[in-house]
Design a binder for this molecule. Structure first.
Ligand SMILES: [Zn+2]
Length: 463
């Protein structure tokens, strides 16, 4: 079985043939760090994490690069609006992003380059583009990519020239030779982040455009040609189209990314997510109400290329589903994952990352797992469920921990308190003081804690 991936560039599902089968390289556009990530931002983070896990499993070496955009007009605007210093804003937002990504059960990328650490590479790329006649500098310090200089521009998005101009959604500034031209570098005011450059007045103090950041960072960490470039479908145009233009024209004779993989849009409660509709959810606020793994399962239950309708109801169901899985695992404590990923789950993922099918197969493994008579015969080993879960980044927690999770704002008993009450109840029972034992149990039930008496211990979980 080989991995098949839908390549936006080819508009077809293709067999994945890495440039170097001994070293697969993937670049995914990361966050612009000016605000907390929302559930729509979480989708590519989780989807490409599953692809990363699959690549690690299938190839001897994989390098996954996901950047941090820490210089951008949105960051400048937010800093101005809140009065927070830009460096502090980007540092704190990056930290929160890392916490959210960890709560979603994702592996860390191998490299997480920051745009501000790659200004030299960006300036070098822009200089090559000017030399090759694909870009021009204006007197005031702008440098623009000249779109008509690249006949194949627009191939990824499939837009014609009129659509390109309309889609660029930028005012036709007087410094542009062509309305479709886009910014590589712009002059910076003294109060905004800026770096010395060869262009414009005032020692050319300026800052990069967003698109050029990813071209420079991917080249630095993965080379001219690499295998997979990923991101949300909203990045196809103009961001990825412009990355292709910069990288191909700035590095003649190279191919840039071979496979372009894009996840679909996310709707929320049936509508486009927006703050005014009240359906805008940051990952952070959802994590106060639900465990991160429930968010992850919700995102994986829809195929990555389809639009996903995110609902809190769906999230509640995902939590209940995971309760069933962890309940079974808790009853069979000590199960260790098998070495190999389960072939059915692997096959589903290798078919263009069919995570909904993989999750259905996980349910099948749960049925086998729960049926003691079939468990050994069907799976060979008990750990098939765990190893299949690992490919999806699910079911890797200690079941006890899973059941001890509680919402952040819940007015419930703490773990230490519950453990103490459970111990007191056991003592009461041992002393044959059943009235006291029942009283403690009722108190726990009122606090949303359910007890389960086993022959030699009592386990508890939250409702
Ligand atoms: Zn990018």
């Amino acid at each position: 079985m080989t991995l098949n991936l839908y390549n936006t560039l080819a508009r077809a599902k293709q067999a994945f043939a890495p440039i170097d089968p001994n070293h697969v390289r993937m670049y995914v556009c990361g966050p612009t760090v000016y605000d907390l990530i929302h559930i729509g931002n979480a989708r590519p983070i989780v989807i490409f994490d599953v692809l990363f896990r699959l690549l690690i499993h299938s190839f001897p070496k994989t390098t996954y690069v996901r950047n941090i955009t820490d210089v951008d007009d949105k960051i400048n605007a937010r800093a101005l609006e809140t009065g927070v210093n830009i460096r502090q804003l980007t540092t704190e937002t990056t930290e929160r992003f890392h916490q959210d990504a960890a709560a979603l059960g994702t592996l860390e990328p191998d490299v997480e380059p920051r745009a501000t650490d790659h200004i030299i590479e960006m300036i070098a790329l822009i200089e090559r583009l000017i030399e090759s006649g694909n870009a021009y500098a204006t007197d005031d310090g702008h440098v623009l990519f000249h779109v008509p200089s690249m006949p194949s521009y627009g191939r990824l998005s499939g837009r014609n020239r009129d659509e390109l101009i309309a889609g660029a959604r930028v005012e036709v500034a007087s410094y542009k030779k062509d309305p479709a031209d886009f910014v590589l570098w712009k002059p910076s005011d003294p109060e905004l982040p800026g770096w010395e450059s060869p262009w414009g007045p005032n020692k050319g103090r300026g800052r990069p455009g967003w698109h050029v950041e990813c071209s420079a960072m991917s080249q630095k960490h993965l080379g001219d040609d690499f295998d997979i470039h990923g991101g949300g479908v909203d990045l196809v145009f103009p961001h990825h189209e412009n990355e292709i233009a910069q990288s191909l024209c700035g590095n003649p004779g190279t191919h840039f990314a071979k496979y372009w993989v894009h996840n679909g849009y996310l709707m929320s409660e049936g509508e486009k997510m927006s703050k005014s509709l009240g359906n805008f959810y940051t990952v952070r606020e959802l994590l106060e109400e639900f465990p991160g793994e429930a968010l992850r399962l919700t995102l994986l239950q829809t195929h990555y290329r389809r639009p996903l309708d995110f609902t809190k109801d769906g999230l509640r169901q995902a939590k209940a589903t995971l309760d069933r899985f962890y309940g079974a695992l808790r009853d069979q404590r000590g199960v260790k994952p098998t070495v190999d990923a389960h072939p059915d789950v692997l096959a589903a993922l290798e078919d263009d990352l069919n995570t909904p099918l993989a999750v259905r197969r996980l349910h099948g493994l749960l049925d086998d797992f729960n049926d003691v008579s079939r468990r050994d015969a069907v799976n060979g080993e008990d750990g098939a469920l765990l190893s299949a879960g690992r490919m999806l980044g699910l079911l890797q927690q200690d079941p006890e921990e899973w059941f001890r999770w509680s919402p952040a704002n819940a007015n419930t008993l703490g773990e230490v308190e519950i453990d103490a009450m459970v111990a007191a109840r056991r003592k009461a029972r041992a002393d044959r003081d059943f009235a006291e034992a029942d009283r403690i149990r009722d108190e726990l039930v009122d606090a949303g804690v359910i007890l389960e008496d086993k022959p030699d211990e009592t386990i508890w979980r939250r409702k």
